[in-house]
Design a protein around this ligand. Structure first.
Ligand SMILES: [Zn+2]
Length: 279
C-alpha cells in the first residue's frame, strides 16, 4: 500500500515525465466512476485535454498537479491524485500496450502516455478549480509534510502528549504525520525501540525525538530502495519483504535475534513489533 515514500517516488516520476508537457488527449474509464468522484469521467477528460502540466507537488499521500491553460485564457486547474491501496502512475510509449486496470490515460505531446493504473479502485483523481488546493478538506487538514519540512519534535511531542490512545494509532493521524501509514508506523516504532501499545501521552521528549528520527530514516530507506520508474508495493504475506518487522510475524527479530516478531491488531490494523526490543 502506498505511503509517503511510494507517493514521493510517484510524484517525482510524474514531474519528470509530464512537467511542461501538453496533454493532447485524456481518457478515463467510464466504469471507474468511483475514482473520479465528485466529477465524472467525462468531466475529467474534458477538463484535462489541452492543458499544460505545471508544478507537481506532494503533501502526505496526496500528489498535487497544477494544470495551466497554454492559451492563458482559463484559470489554472488542479488535480489531486491519491493512490488509495493499489494506484500507480506508469509511463508507456505511444506504441506500447496499455497496462491492465488502466483507469485514466494522459496522452502527452512527446508521444508518451501516462496511465493511472488501479486494480482495486480505492484511489482518487479529483479536479480542483483554480488549483486552489487549500480548499480541498483532506489536503487542508494535513500537518507539515515530514520529508518536505522535517519533523518539529516539540510540536509532535505536544500533540502526542494530548492523546491517550496507543502511540501507533496516534501516528496514523494525517494532521500529525502526513504520509505515515501502517507500514511506516510499525517500522519507525521498531527503529525507535518504543512499544506500539504504549499511550501516546506517555512518551518522553527523548523518545519522541527518537521516533521522529526513525520515521525519517524509514522514509529515506524506502525511497532509496524503491526509486525507479515502477514502485512495487509490499503486501502482507508477499514473498519479498524489505521491511524490518512489517509483515514478519513469527520471524526472528533482526535486532536482538532472540525474540520473534509479534503481530497485534490496533484500530483494525496490524502492528508488528519485537516485545523484547520494544519493551
Ligand atoms: Zn528484538
Amino acid at each position: 500500500m502506498p505511503e509517503l515514500p511510494e507517493v514521493e517516488i510517484a510524484a517525482r516520476n510524474l514531474r519528470a515525465w509530464a512537467r511542461g508537457r501538453r496533454i493532447d488527449r485524456a481518457e478515463a474509464e467510464a466504469q471507474a466512476k468511483r475514482i473520479f468522484r465528485p466529477g465524472q469521467p467525462r468531466a475529467f477528460v474534458a477538463a484535462l485535454t489541452g492543458r499544460r502540466v505545471g508544478e507537481v507537488r506532494r503533501v502526505g499521500k496526496h500528489i498535487l498537479v497544477r494544470l495551466e491553460d497554454p492559451a492563458g485564457g482559463a484559470e489554472p486547474l488542479g488535480l489531486v491524485s491519491h493512490l488509495g491501496m493499489t494506484g500507480k502512475w506508469l509511463r508507456r510509449s505511444g506504441v506500447e500496450a496499455a497496462p491492465s486496470h488502466s483507469r485514466a490515460r494522459l496522452h502527452l505531446d512527446d508521444g508518451s502516455t501516462l496511465h493511472y493504473r488501479d486494480p482495486r479502485l480505492f484511489g482518487r483523481l479529483r479536479l480542483v478549480p483554480g488549483a486552489r488546493f487549500e480548499d480541498v478538506p483532506e489536503v487542508a487538514g494535513l500537518g507539515p509534510d515530514p520529508l518536505e519540512e522535517g519533523i518539529d519534535v516539540d510540536r509532535l511531542a505536544a500533540a502526542l502528549a494530548r492523546r491517550k490512545i496507543a502511540v501507533k494509532v496516534a501516528m496514523l493521524d494525517q494532521a500529525l504525520l502526513p504520509g505515515v501509514g501502517n507500514i511506516l508506523a510499525s517500522e519507525a516504532l521498531f527503529r525507535a525501540r518504543i512499544d506500539p501499545r504504549r499511550s501516546a501521552s506517555s512518551l518522553s521528549r527523548a523518545e519522541v525525538k527518537r521516533l521522529a528520527g526513525a520515521v525519517l530514516a524509514s522514509v529515506a530507506e524506502t525511497i532509496a530502495r524503491e526509486e525507479g520508474p515502477e514502485v512495487s508495493y509490499v503486501e502482507e504475506g508477499a514473498s519479498e519483504n524489505p521491511f524490518l518487522v512489517y509483515a514478519r510475524e513469527g520471524e526472528r527479530c533482526p535486532r536482538c535475534r532472540r525474540e520473534v516478531i509479534r503481530r497485534v491488531v490496533q484500530g483494525q490494523r496490524s502492528t508488528f513489533f519485537c516485545p523484547r526490543c520494544q519493551g
